[in-house]
Design a protein around this ligand. Structure first.
Ligand code: GLU
Length: 899
C-alpha cells in the first residue's frame, strides 16, 4: 500500500515538474464563463490550467492563500479574473514570488509594479479617446455617470474640459447601489441629454434599462459608454427609440478564425449560442493573455518551479518572462498586444460603434491615440425600413369631422379603433403600414388655440406628451407651429364662402349686348371712328385714289376722291354689318387697310355670333354677393365660421380692417357655429354665408346640391399631422407621407372619401352652363392685327404720296418740299373731295400755255369722237361723268384760273 502511494506521489511530482506549461487562474465562483474561457484558450495553445475559485468578494486571506497554492503547483503565471482590490492582493503575493500576474478586468489601479500586466486598456488611453469623441460630437455639456471603483481616472481629461474652458459644462454623478433611477431622474430634471457612462459591464444592462424607464432613451439623448461590452448586449429595445449610443469594441470580429473557433468551443462547453460579436471582452482578454504568455514562452526557455510562500521563494525566470511578455508586439483577438514598462497596454486599437435603427454600425476607429471617423452614409430610402416608429404604440388624436373622421355606422357594437373611419383614419393606417407602428385613437374636437393665453385642445395634448400624433383637418398655422411640429402638408386649401345657390333668373332684355364686355364695345366704336379718319387721310394722300371724274376728258382740270367722311364710315360700317358697300378702294394702302378691317370684322362677328346663343338662352344665377367685400356690405346676409379654428383666427388676426370688423360682428351677433355640420345646415336653410375650408366645401358640395362656393379663396394654407416639438418621428412621417403623395395614394384616398363614400357623387357633375363674356383679353389678337395692318397701310400710302410729290415737283419744276407742304396741307384740310390738276408752267410764257391748252382740247375732242375712254379706273359714282363736250369746255375754261 505504502509502495503504491509512493509510486503515485513520485508520478505526480514528476508530471508536475515535467509540465512546464501550467497556467494558474483565479476567478470568482460565479465567473464561470471566464473559467471556461481560460480552459479553452489554454488548450488552444497547449497549456494546462489550474483554476482557483474565490468564494466571497473581498476575502483577502482566501485570495493570498489561493495564489500561494498556485505557486506551489509551479504555474508560469497567474491570470487574474478578479480585478479591483482583489487584484492588489494577488499582486502583492505574485510580486514577492516574481510570478507574472496578468489582470483581465478593468483595473482602477494604474499599478507601477513590474510584475503586473493589465490586459484592459489603461485609463490614460481612454482619456484621450473620450475627449476626441466628445469634441467630434460637439457636446457643450454632458454628465459623467460612474460607478465607484470603476476608474474616474479615465475621466480626468473630460473633467478638465469643464474647468479649462467655458465651452463645456461637465456634471459628475455617481451611480450607487442597484437602483440608478434617482440619479437619472435628477439628471433629466437638470436638462441633461448627453452622458458619458463608466460602469462595469455587469451593471450596464441595468443602467440602460433604468435610463429607458425614466425616458432618457429618446432621440435627443446621447450616450458614450466606456465599457467595450456595450455591443455584446441585446440593444434591440433601444434601437428604435432614436437614442444615440456610442461605444467601443476591442475585438476584430470580421474574418477572425480564432474568434470563430473560440466562440464555437465556448458555446459547446457552456451550452450557449453566442455569435462572435457577442463574446464578452473578458473572454477575449483571457485568450489574449494566453497568447501573450505563449509568445514569451516561445522566446524564453523557462523551467517552472514550485514556490513556497512561507519561504518567500521567488521564481528565477519570472522577470525574464515578464519582460518578454511586455515587449513582444503580437496580435491577439483584441488586436495589438503591447505593454509599457508598467504593464499597461499601449497602441490600443478599438472600433467605435453606434447604435442605429438598422443595428450596430462601425463609425470609426480609435488607433494610436487618434480618432478616425468613417461614418457610413445612411441612404434616405432606408428610412422606412429603419423607422424608429417600428413596434411603437402611439396615441393618435382624431376628430369626428367629416370626411376626416366619422363614427362608424354598424349594427354591432364596435370597439377601440374599429369605431372610426374616414380619410385621416385610412391615412394613419397607411403610415403605420409603412413605418411599422401601432396606434390607438382618441377623439378630441378642439384642435387647439391660444384663446385663453394657454394652448388647449390637441396642441396642448401634444405639448404635454399625452398624445403622439394629431391627425384631422388640422391647419398648419405659424402660431401653432411655435408650440408643436407639423409633418409635411398632406392637403392644401384655403378659406372659401359656402352659400346657397340662388334661383335662376331669365336672361335680361339687352343680354345680346353682354356678349362683349363694355371695354370691347367702346374700343370697337373708337376704332371705327379712328379708322374712318385714317381712311380719309390715306385716301387723300394716295395718288391713285384721285380719279378723273370725267373719264371722257383726258386732261381733267380736277381729280376727285371717293374717301369722303361719309363714304369712309359707310365702308367701315358696311363691313361690320357684313353687308359690304359700293366704295371700293383703288390704291394699295387703302386696299390693305380695308382688307385688315374686313379680317377684323370677320373675327369679331364670328365670335359674337358664336357666343350670342349662350347669352340669350342660359338662365343666370344672380348672386347677392360675389366677393367678401360685397358680403361685408350686404345688409341682410349673416355670415359665420367655426367658433374655434384657423378660419375664425384668419378674421381675428387679420390686418385688414373690414376682416376684423366682420370678426367682431360674427362674434357679437352669435353667428359662429360649433362645427362644420351646423354651419352647412344654416347655409342651406337660411340666408347665411359660411366660411369654411375649401376642402370641406368640396365635400359638402358633393352631397348638398344646392350649396356652392362663392368667389375666390381668401387665403392659402395646408393640413399637416401634428406632433410634439422636435419629435423624433417627424422625419419618418414626412418621408412616408412624401412617398404616399408621390404614388398618388393620398389623392386616391381623397377621391374615395370625397366623391364615393358616405353619399358622395349625389349631385353629379353640375352643368356649368355659365355664359362667358368676351372681353378685351379674348379679342386682343384681332385688335392687334388691325392695328398692324393700319400701320403698314399708312406706311405704304406715305411712300405713295412722297412718290407723287416727287413726280410733281419734277413735272412742274417746283421743289420737293414745296410740293410736299402743298400736298399735306391739302390732305389735312379734310375738306373737299376734288383736287385741281396742275399744269406745267416751267417756261411761264402765255404762248406755251395757250399751245398746251389747244393740244389738250384737240386730244379731248378726238377721243370723244372716237368714243374711247382714257379712264380705266372710273367708278360708277364718279361725279360729272355725263358732261357734254360743250359743258366740259366751259368747265375747263373756268378752272384754268387755278394755275
Ligand atoms: N382646420 C381648422 C383648424 O385647424 C378647423 C376648421 C376651421 O377653422 O374652419 O383649426
Amino acid at each position: 500500500m505504502i509502495v503504491i502511494f509512493l509510486f503515485l506521489f513520485l508520478l505526480h511530482s514528476q508530471c508536475g515538474l515535467s509540465d512546464d506549461r501550467l497556467i494558474g487562474g483565479i476567478f470568482y465562483k460565479d465567473a464561470e464563463d471566464m473559467q471556461v474561457a481560460l480552459k479553452i484558450s489554454a488548450k488552444m495553445y497547449n497549456y494546462t490550467t489550474s483554476i482557483k475559485e474565490v468564494s466571497k468578494r473581498g476575502e483577502i486571506l482566501e485570495i493570498s492563500k489561493l495564489v500561494c497554492e498556485l505557486a506551489k503547483e509551479g504555474v508560469v503565471g497567474i491570470i487574474d479574473g478578479l480585478g479591483g482590490r482583489a487584484s492588489e492582493h494577488i499582486q502583492a503575493v505574485s510580486d514577492m514570488l516574481e510570478l507574472p500576474h496578468v489582470i483581465i478586468p478593468h483595473n482602477d489601479l494604474y499599478a507601477q509594479n513590474w510584475s503586473v500586466l493589465n490586459m484592459y486598456p489603461s485609463p490614460i488611453a481612454y482619456n484621450s479617446a473620450l475627449k476626441n469623441i466628445i469634441e467630434y460630437k460637439e457636446w457643450k455639456n454632458f454628465t459623467l455617470l460612474y460607478v465607484r471603483g470603476n476608474s474616474l481616472l479615465k475621466m480626468t481629461d473630460l473633467m478638465s474640459m469643464g474647468n479649462s474652458t467655458d465651452k463645456h459644462t461637465v456634471i459628475v454623478r455617481e451611480l450607487s447601489g442597484d437602483d440608478y433611477r434617482d440619479v437619472l431622474i435628477n439628471a433629466k430634471q437638470n436638462g441633461c441629454v448627453n452622458f458619458v457612462v463608466d460602469c462595469p459591464s455587469r451593471n450596464l444592462e441595468q443602467l440602460l434599462s433604468h435610463a429607458q424607464q425614466v425616458a432618457l432613451m429618446a432621440e435627443e439623448h446621447s450616450y458614450i459608454i466606456l465599457s467595450p461590452d456595450l455591443f455584446t448586449l441585446d440593444l434591440e429595445r433601444y434601437r428604435y427609440g432614436g437614442v444615440n449610443m456610442t461605444g467601443f469594441r476591442m475585438a476584430k470580429t470580421s474574418n477572425n478564425e480564432i474568434l470563430w473557433n473560440l466562440t464555437a468551443q465556448f458555446n459547446e462547453d457552456t451550452g450557449s449560442s453566442f455569435e462572435p460579436d457577442d463574446i464578452n471582452t473578458n473572454i477575449l482578454l483571457i485568450h489574449d493573455a494566453i497568447v501573450v504568455f505563449n509568445a514569451a514562452m516561445d522566446k524564453v526557455n523557462v523551467t517552472p518551479s514550485e514556490l513556497d510562500c512561507d519561504n518567500y521563494e521567488s521564481w528565477t525566470y519570472g522577470s525574464t518572462l515578464l519582460n518578454f511578455m511586455k515587449t513582444n508586439k503580437i496580435e491577439g483577438l483584441t488586436r495589438t498586444l503591447l505593454f509599457d514598462g508598467f504593464g499597461q497596454r499601449v497602441d490600443v486599437t478599438m472600433d467605435l460603434l453606434e447604435l442605429t435603427p438598422s443595428g450596430n454600425q462601425t463609425i470609426g476607429t480609435w488607433k494610436g491615440n487618434n480618432l478616425l471617423i468613417e461614418r457610413p452614409i445612411t441612404p434616405g430610402t432606408e428610412i422606412g425600413e429603419e423607422s424608429i416608429l417600428k413596434n411603437k404604440s402611439l396615441i393618435v388624436l382624431i376628430s369626428k369631422t367629416a370626411p376626416y373622421g366619422f363614427e362608424k355606422q354598424s349594427s354591432t357594437e364596435l370597439e377601440d379603433n374599429d369605431r372610426y373611419e374616414g380619410f385621416t383614419i385610412d391615412l394613419i393606417d397607411m403610415l403605420s403600414n409603412i413605418l411599422g407602428f401601432s396606434y390607438k385613437f382618441r377623439v378630441e374636437s378642439n384642435y387647439g388655440s391660444l384663446d385663453t393665453g394657454e394652448w388647449d385642445g390637441m396642441v396642448r395634448e401634444l405639448m404635454d406628451e399625452k398624445a403622439d400624433l394629431a391627425i384631422c383637418d388640422l391647419t398648419i398655422t405659424a402660431e401653432r407651429q411655435s408650440a408643436i411640429d407639423f409633418s409635411q402638408p398632406f392637403m392644401t386649401l384655403g378659406i372659401g364662402i359656402l352659400y346657397k345657390e340662388p334661383s335662376k333668373q331669365p336672361p335680361e332684355m339687352f343680354s345680346f349686348m353682354a356678349v362683349f364686355s363694355k371695354e370691347v364695345w367702346y374700343n370697337m366704336m373708337l376704332i371705327q371712328l379712328g379708322l374712318g379718319c385714317i381712311m380719309i387721310f390715306i385716301g387723300r394722300i394716295s395718288q391713285k385714289e384721285w380719279q378723273n371724274p370725267v373719264p371722257c376728258i383726258e386732261q381733267p382740270e380736277e381729280l376727285s376722291n371717293q374717301f369722303s367722311f361719309a363714304n369712309s364710315v359707310w365702308l367701315i360700317i358696311g363691313s361690320v354689318m357684313q353687308q359690304g358697300s359700293e366704295i371700293a378702294p383703288i390704291a394699295l394702302a387703302p386696299r390693305m387697310i380695308t382688307s385688315v378691317w374686313w379680317f377684323f370684322t370677320m373675327v369679331m362677328v364670328a365670335s359674337y355670333v358664336g357666343t350670342l346663343v349662350a347669352f340669350l338662352t342660359v338662365e343666370k344665377n344672380v348672386l347677392p354677393f360675389e366677393t367678401l367685400d360685397e358680403l361685408y356690405r350686404h345688409k341682410s346676409i349673416s355670415y359665420g365660421a367655426k367658433v374655434k379654428g384657423s378660419t375664425i383666427d384668419f378674421f381675428k388676426n387679420s390686418t385688414t380692417d373690414f376682416h376684423v370688423e366682420m370678426y367682431k360682428k360674427m362674434k357679437s351677433r352669435g353667428w359662429l357655429v360649433k362645427n362644420n355640420d351646423v354651419g352647412v345646415a344654416l347655409a342651406e336653410n337660411s340666408t347665411y354665408a359660411f366660411f369654411m375650408e375649401s376642402t370641406s366645401i368640396e365635400y359638402y358640395k358633393e352631397r348638398h346640391c344646392d350649396l356652392m362656393q362663392v368667389g375666390d379663396l381668401l387665403d392659402s394654407k395646408s393640413y399637416g399631422i401634428g406632433m410634439k416639438k422636435h419629435s423624433p418621428y417627424k422625419r419618418y412621417i414626412d418621408d412616408a407621407l412624401l412617398r404616399l403623395k408621390e404614388k398618388g395614394e393620398i389623392q386616391k384616398l381623397k377621391d374615395v372619401w370625397w366623391k364615393e363614400k358616405r353619399g358622395g357623387g349625389k349631385c353629379g357633375v353640375k352643368n356649368n352652363e355659365e355664359e362667358k363674356q368676351l372681353g378685351m383679353k379674348n379679342m386682343l389678337g384681332a385688335f392687334v392685327v388691325l392695328g398692324v395692318g393700319c400701320l403698314i397701310g399708312l406706311f405704304l400710302s406715305t411712300l405713295d404720296m412722297l412718290w407723287g410729290v416727287f413726280k410733281r415737283s419734277v413735272k412742274y419744276g417746283t421743289t420737293f418740299k414745296y410740293e410736299l407742304i402743298e400736298e399735306l396741307k391739302f390732305a389735312l384740310t379734310f375738306s373737299g373731295n376734288v383736287k385741281p390738276v396742275k399744269r406745267n408752267l416751267k417756261d411761264g410764257s402765255s404762248e406755251a400755255l395757250a399751245e398746251a391748252e389747244r393740244k389738250d382740247e384737240i386730244r379731248s375732242l378726238k377721243s370723244i369722237r372716237s368714243g374711247r375712254s382714257t379712264d380705266t379706273h372710273r367708278t360708277h359714282h364718279s361725279h360729272g361723268s355725263r358732261h357734254s363736250s360743250r359743258s366740259l369746255s366751259v368747265a375747263f375754261a373756268k378752272r384754268r384760273e387755278y394755275s
